[in-house]
Design a protein around this ligand. Structure first.
Ligand SMILES: Nc1ncnc2c1ncn2[C@@H]1O[C@H](COP(=O)(O)OP(=O)(O)OP(=O)(O)O)[C@@H](O)[C@H]1O
Ligand SMILES: [Mg+2]
Length: 322
């Protein structure tokens, strides 16, 4: 990959937008959402990257990669469930159907892994054999596949707070979701995950785990937010996995875990001041996201060095003066 190109883009990344005439703005950690009056949202995927629920900086071309990857997967899963995308007026921008979000994140895991203190692996290592209602056998080791994928739902925390992994029973007790709707979502989630495993394998990757968000639109359950991106999922290179696993080594990763490990190595796992991202780590992460995007779309991404904000503005609202 052309690291010089990635380096030249460092100063042009899309940090934030503030369009005046696109509707009420709701900023997530990664997306700027403009809620329009016609039941749609203009969703601008920025280049911001978050880890441990904290925004830490920007990565060249990350927004474009995310939309590229999610678009591909939305297309490949449309026979399983309808999704929120209506159109893509710019590489970083979607027009989506505004759903009533179901306040549960459906996490599906095929492998026992993770670096954070709340990860499945950390809990298992400490002796916990029940993870969000799933009984786990003794004797498993890090990065080992489960016999069957498991679902470990989490609550969708308010802005600034951490999501919490809980059992389905706990969700029912807190009246966050009712059992019938949960069953439907669990079923969709497993089908989506299994499709992910199958298609990632064709591209030489292991689809390790992921998170799905659903909403209700016109009385119908819909897949919303993003799908199977390296922000919401883990991907490992399949070819080298068995040997590395045998040797007790970490797999080669094409996702955000790389950043989590970089942060954890410097003692940051979510509390206190986060280390500043270096140019090198920003370029390394860009390389991973672009590599993954290109594996899926099967051709080189069109990457234009220059202000992503200006190019979005010229499509979305050339006359906005702010
Ligand atoms: N079609 C949709 N209708 C309504 N809300 C949606 C839709 N798709 C995604 N969302 C919500 O919009 C936000 C997307 O922004 P982003 O992914 O940056 O947020 P986040 O940081 O993951 O979450 P948070 O909102 O908790 O900060 C999320 O809150 C997501 O749940
Ligand atoms: Mg999100």
């Amino acid at each position: 990959m052309d690291r010089k190109l990635l380096r030249s883009q460092l100063k042009h990344t899309l940090e934030s937008t503030n369009f005046q005439n696109q509707g009420e703005l709701y900023k997530g950690k990664v997306r700027d959402n403009y809620i329009r009056e016609d039941d749609t949202i203009m969703m601008v995927t920025s280049d911001r990257i978050s880890a441990f629920d904290r925004v830490l900086g920007t990565i060249p071309f990350k927004g474009q990669c995310l939309v590229e990857i999610a678009n591909w997967w939305f297309g490949e899963t449309a026979d399983i469930i309808a999704n929120h995308v209506k159109s893509r007026p710019h590489p970083n921008v979607w027009e989506v159907r505004k759903c009533d979000p179901i306040p549960v994140e459906m996490v599906v895991r095929g492998y026992l892994t993770g670096v954070t203190s709340t990860s499945a692996w950390s809990a298992y290592e400490k002796g916990d054999r029940n993870f969000c209602g799933n009984e786990l056998p003794d004797g498993m080791i890090k990065n080992q596949a489960f016999d069957e994928p498991i679902i470990t739902p989490s609550t969708k925390a308010e802005q600034g707070a951490h999501d919490e992994s809980v059992s389905p029973e706990e969700l029912f007790k807190r009246e966050i979701i009712d059992p019938d709707l949960y069953e439907l979502l669990a079923n969709y989630s497993l089908r989506l995950y299994n499709r992910g495993v199958e298609l990632a394998a064709e591209k030489g990757m292991i689809f390790v785990d992921t998170k799905y968000e659903f909403g209700i639109y016109n009385g119908k359950i819909m897949l919303m937010d993003e799908v199977n991106t390296p922000d919401s999922s883990r991907y490992w290179i399949a070819e080298s996995y068995p040997e590395l696993f045998e040797q007790g080594k970490e797999p080669i990763k094409l996702d955000k875990e790389f950043l989590r490990e970089w942060l954890a190595n410097q003692g940051f796992t979510g509390d206190g001041d986060a280390p500043k991202l270096t140019d090198k780590i920003r370029i390394d992460i860009a390389e991973k996201y672009i590599t993954l995007a290109e594996k899926f779309i099967g051709e080189p991404l069109k990457l234009d060095v220059g202000s992503t904000f200006d190019s979005i503005k010229s499509v979305v609202d050339p006359f906005d003066t702010f």
